[in-house]
Design a protein around this ligand. Structure first.
Ligand code: ACO
Length: 379
């Protein structure tokens, strides 16, 4: 018998087709339903991108208006979701809270087990609309602050920031947040999306698939990297008002030491892109805008010091999590909240994939090459 070929980590394996997004590592490009992601980030709101990922086309004016009205009316968190969050200890990670919140939102849904396309879309829209309230609720509870109700007069990003911080964010901050949401929205068969598709392939419900995807996203090799990036910055030391060159010099030394100790530095490298993540230039521009807005040149110093030292030593480039982490830090989010922000964005891509998987389903069940003991018997 010929030995089966093993593709460790499924690296290089094409598992299925998808029309949701196209990642092209050769040209470093990422298309959502055909549109380059940087064009979308420059021109439309995250709400439009959500619609695009679900429906395959950007919304017309009347569709966009109808969708915004629906989204704004579905933002409030159910009382039992708040109660479930309150039961969780502050010592647990916000990703655990996010996972629990989605699970309870699913349990509440009257059409939880109805997987018809109309019902799946309805659930996707409602989850997209309500999830930010769970993140904001948890961020505020961790700071001992009262929750803030959503505002229907604000767009998705402005309202997210309002519910979290209780003040209206400056337009450039809203823009940077909107950009991050669009860039995080979708990325083909990454680990969490594939998890969502595996769960969907068993005919389980949409909220189970999203809950499982959150578990996959939590890890530092995937979504958890945006949080880990900030831990690196914190370990090096963030010194407000330090000249950027001094911060960069300290960051370079830190990176040289880390690489000498063969450490993996989070926020760098990518399984698919080998010449740079297509999303980084757009997110870096958003970070630059935030550095300018908040007057925090030392953050840019740390960023560029680490990036240059990694480039010189290993020619490994940053991924999206690298500029996203410090951007969220400057906006005022606690570091542990960064990956839940990623969820808020990726709910759109996950649910688009869940619907695509559902429409042409085949149970995902690979084989394993057994390498345990030969058959043996009890004495
Ligand atoms: N820091 C240091 N060295 C690295 C890094 C890194 N971040 N990434 C890759 N390398 C090195 C490895 O040590 C290895 O070197 P070697 O051949 O000398 O042993 C080589 O590059 C190949 O690394 P692999 O881990 O085999 O590459 P793979 O394609 O499997 O990994 C991954 C991709 C997991 C993303 C990896 O680059 C990594 O661990 N990065 C840090 C985590 C991270 O930032 N994840 C976010 C992903 S993007 C996202 O979720 C938005």
């Amino acid at each position: 018998m010929t030995e089966p070929q093993i593709f460790k980590g499924l690296a290089g394996v094409t598992a299925d087709t998808t029309a949701v997004s196209k990642v092209n590592p050769e040209t470093n490009s990422l298309l959502y339903r055909g549109y380059p992601v940087q064009e979308l980030a420059a021109a439309v709101d995250f709400e439009d991108v959500a619609w695009l990922l679900w429906y395959g086309e950007l919304p017309s004016e009347s569709e966009a208006q109808g969708f915004r009205d629906r989204e704004r009316a579905s933002r409030a968190l159910a009382e039992n979701v708040k109660a479930a969050i309150d039961l969780l200890p502050l010592s647990c990670h916000p990703m655990d809270v996010a996972r629990t919140a989605v699970s309870v939102i699913g349990a509440n849904h009257p059409k939880a087990e109805d997987s018809s396309p109309g019902s799946e879309l309805e659930k996707a829209v409602e989850l997209f609309a309500a999830f930010p309230a769970a993140v904001a609720y948890d961020q505020r509870r961790r700071r001992g602050q009262e929750p803030i109700a959503p505002r229907e007069d604000l767009g998705y990003s402005a309202n997210f920031l309002w519910m979290t911080f209780g003040e209206e964010a400056a337009p450039e901050v809203v823009d940077a947040f909107n950009t991050s949401m669009i860039l995080y929205a979708e990325h083909s068969f990454n680990a969490s999306t594939f998890t969502a598709r595996v769960i969907t392939s068993t005919l389980a419900d949409l909220h189970s698939a999203v809950t499982g995807a959150i578990g996959a996203l939590k890890g530092a090799l995937h979504g958890g990297a945006n949080e880990a990036v900030m831990h690196t910055f914190e370990e090096i030391g963030i010194r407000k008002d330090e000249p950027a060159e001094d911060a960069a010099a300290r960051a370079r030394t830190w990176m040289e030491d880390a690489l000498a100790q063969k450490k993996k530095v989070m926020g760098f490298g990518h399984r698919v892109y080998k010449n740079g993540d297509s999303r980084v230039p757009t997110m870096k521009a958003a970070l630059d805008a935030m550095v300018k807005h908040y007057g925090r040149a030392e953050i840019l110093g740390l960023y560029e010091g680490l990036e240059t030292a990694m480039q010189e030593a290993k020619n490994i480039k940053p991924n999206l999590d690298y500029p996203a982490g410090p951007t969220y830090h400057l906006m005022g989010f606690d570091t542990a909240m960064f990956t839940p922000l990623f969820i808020a964005a990726r709910i759109t891509g996950w649910t688009a994939h869940i619907m695509e998987q559902r429409a042409a389903n085949s149970l995902i069940r690979p084989l394993a090459a057994y390498n345990g003991p030969e058959e043996r018997h009890l004495p």
